[in-house]
Design a binder for this molecule. Structure first.
Ligand code: ADP
Ligand code: MG
Length: 686
């Protein structure tokens, strides 16, 4: 295209070449670049009106990134090419000159063209690798200017340079996008050459491994090796990627600070234009967090399943033990202390009690233990149990308490909280056979979302923390993974039951709390129990009655669908002097109550019965006889009504199995309460 016959033109083109190359380098934006081009062109010919249109192939639209026109103020909006002169150049890839008198083209074909209203018009294509990517136009309205071969030659030359500049700029933008994307990717990315020398890493790599880019580049990824994989592992990985195949897997690596972490990694071989392997790119992600959550979830599910099993067994045992305890109670009462069988019955009774205790522990673990939550202060519980704890753990261990006087109130069963404290203290004692320190502390804490994320199953919000720390043997991670399971013990046969922490776990769960353990072999252990903080004044604790089994003469309606439990309870009550009406059928109970209108003082009913729940029965009876008092007997707390009743009035529920004494005391307590017209259960908090 260079016209060598005209030295002046050659010189001009040469100069243009340099100036456009300079402008390309200097320009910081498309706008800058096109303005510079316009200026350069305007120095060689009249070019008051100049525009560059670029064709967006994907959208099928012409854009006007540069547009200067004496008659139009604004650049045309993006548009379809249509039948304009521009569209013609775009379609044919050939330059076009239009004059007011006609349209000139190298081949004298006539074309139908819109949009060239006045003046002369010269358009040249911007061509890149056989494609017309846009067009460059000059235009003049003064009526004297003509565009000829010279202008065409210059414009075509300039357009080839501009197309090249556009190409380079686009390529730069693409590379910049790729680099930014890799830089800002959340995954750690690492690029090595063929022998594994690190060429590039992104900021996520630094975040994951602790190595800055300048520390990693030039090194081998071996700096991350943890020693947790065999040489074979790495050999196979290399073998695979050197064959040009993708490697994918999990790797345990070591951070700069020495910590181990597990990552999921994909290594992809990169090939150059000739198809030869040139680099490897590794994309990594820390999966430790995910693993931990998965394990915690599995642990929680396992505890759930074991809890269901233990709870089911314990529940059935409870009914049987109620019978064994009850009848041995009766036998003991009836028999002369000198009777030869007396000692045997005593053994049966003791064994049954022991079995009932074990069952209670299992029930506690499965969160089915009867509980009577009240608002209480952990500090008060710790203070009240202090003497007992000292006796329990012996003289070799120093107990110190760090109770935060401001620690708030919780709502839980007092007896259960004492149990938690005692079990933790006893374990601490066992872990310090040569003596040591036991620290009990309380404080208010706020459990935030981060805590909940870290500890699935925990609830966020205000809580009171009970901490029990010992300076004993501590535990390894493996032991810690099992300590809350029932029957898990590391103690010798006869020394440990493995139920202590299972109970603690169940009680804490039942109280909507969370328990954490922190321990290392040889470094002691800390158990932390978090219980939700409540805003309420604490309730005075119920005194335990120690008087001999109280008696009475009132009439009691007993509704219990298990015949043997009913027979036993009936007998126990009659022994205490009461008149008992008994039935296993709630409907029958309603009829009995109607026929004995007013003479029944107390309804004792099972909570869960097939035809009608204990609560419904109580509601029906108290509706017609408001003075009637109610005592529920229940083996477990699943029933929402029971839970409601318990929290309303701890007196109105008696847990199975019960002894004659417990039953007699409770019945008397309820009957002796001042009559109060309330929801009908007859028992106000004592
Ligand atoms: N404070 C502690 N220090 C060290 N190990 C403990 C501690 N508390 C509990 N453990 C471990 O947890 C196991 C289970 O405890 P637990 O459920 O109370 O059952 P048990 O005390 O009957 O063994 C113990 O056998 C012991 O290995
Ligand atoms: Mg224990």
């Amino acid at each position: 295209m260079l016209n060598n016959t005209d030295p002046e033109l050659s010189r001009q083109l040469q100069a243009t070449h340099h100036r456009i190359a300079d402008a390309t380098l200097a320009a910081s934006s498309w706008e800058d670049l096109f303005r510079a081009v316009h200026k350069i062109v305007a120095e060689t010919m009249r070019a008051n009106n100049f525009c560059i249109a670029l064709y967006d192939e994907q959208k099928g639209l012409l854009n006007f990134p540069y547009f200067v026109d004496e008659r139009e103020t604004a650049a045309p909006s993006p548009q379809r090419p249509g039948k304009t002169a521009i569209a013609y150049v775009l379609r044919t890839g050939r330059p076009l000159i239009c004059t007011p008198t006609g349209i000139g083209e190298s081949s004298n074909r006539r074309v139908e063209i819109n949009g060239v209203s006045a003046g002369v018009w010269l358009g040249v294509p911007l061509r890149l690798r056989d494609k017309t990517i846009g067009i460059m136009v000059i235009k003049d309205y003064n009526g004297k200017t003509t565009y000829g071969q010279r202008e065409l030659t210059i414009m075509e030359y300039v357009s080839s340079l501009v197309a090249g500049a556009i190409d380079r700029r686009r390529e730069d933008e693409r590379l910049r996008l790729q680099t930014t994307a890799l830089e800002s990717a959340a995954n750690a990315i690492l690029i090595t050459d063929l022998v594994g020398t690190i060429q590039w890493v992104n900021p996520a790599f630094t975040k994951l491994t602790g190595y800055r880019a300048d520390e990693a580049i030039g090194k081998n990824p071996k700096i991350l090796q943890s020693g947790k994989h065999s040489p074979m592992f790495y050999a196979e990985m290399w073998d695979r990627i050197q064959q040009g195949l993708i490697w994918q897997g999990e790797v345990i690596n070591r951070r700069k600070n020495g910590d181990l972490f597990t990552e999921e990694m994909t290594i992809t071989p990169v090939r150059n234009e000739r198809g030869e392997l040139s680099h490897f790119i590794a994309i990594k992600q820390d999966i430790g967090e995910r693993r931990k959550l998965e394990q915690q979830l599995m642990q929680a599910q396992k505890m759930e399943a074991v809890g269901r099993l233990a709870g089911g067994v314990a529940h059935d045992f409870n009914n049987l033990l109620t019978l064994i305890l009850g009848y041995s109670d009766l036998l003991l009462n009836e028999s002369d202390p000198a009777h030869p069988s007396r000692a045997k019955i005593d053994h049966i009774h003791k064994a049954a009690r022991h079995a009932a205790e074990l069952t209670q522990q299992l029930l506690a673990f499965s969160r089915k233990q009867m509980s009577s939550p009240t608002v209480l202060s952990l500090n008060a519980v710790v203070n009240d149990t202090h003497k007992l704890l000292i006796r329990l753990i012996g003289e070799d261990i120093r107990i110190s308490t760090r109770l935060n006087a401001k620690a708030g109130q919780i709502k839980a069963d007092r007896g259960q909280v004492e149990q938690v404290l005692m079990n933790l203290a006893v374990n601490a004692r066992d872990a310090m056979p040569q003596g040591g320190d036991l620290i009990i502390e309380t404080s208010d804490v706020e459990l935030d979302e981060a805590f909940v994320r870290e500890h699935p199953g925990a609830r966020s919000g205000p809580a009171v923390m009970l901490g029990v720390t010992d300076s004993g043997t501590g535990m390894d991670k493996e032991t810690q993974a099992h300590i809350f399971e029932p029957f898990f013990t590391t103690k010798d046969l006869g020394k440990g039951t493995g139920l202590g922490l299972a109970m603690v776990y169940g009680i804490v769960k039942q109280s909507n709390g969370y328990i954490l353990v922190q321990s290392e072999p040889g470094k002691g252990s800390t158990f932390r129990v978090y219980l939700p903080r409540v805003k309420a004044p604490s309730e005075p604790s119920r005194q335990r009655t120690l008087a001999p089994a109280p008696r009475g003469s009132e009439t009691i309606l007993l509704v219990e669908d298990a015949p043997d439990v009913r027979a036993l309870t009936c007998e126990l009550l009659e022994n205490c002097g009461y008149t008992v009406l008994e039935t296993g059928d709630p409907e029958e109970a309603v009829r009995l109550a109607e026929s004995r209108k007013g003479s029944i003082a107390l309804l004792i009913t099972d909570v869960v019965m097939p035809v009608m729940s204990g609560a419904t029965l109580a509601d029906r009876l108290t509706a017609v006889a408001p003075q009637l008092r109610v005592l529920y007997v229940s083996g477990y707390t699943d029933d929402a009504i029971v839970r409601h009743q318990i929290s309303d009035s701890p007196l109105s529920v008696l847990a199975k199995p019960f002894t004659q004494e417990a039953l007699a005391i409770r019945v008397r307590e309820i009957l002796d309460l001042p009559l109060k017209r309330n929801s009908g259960n007859g028992a106000a908090p004592a």
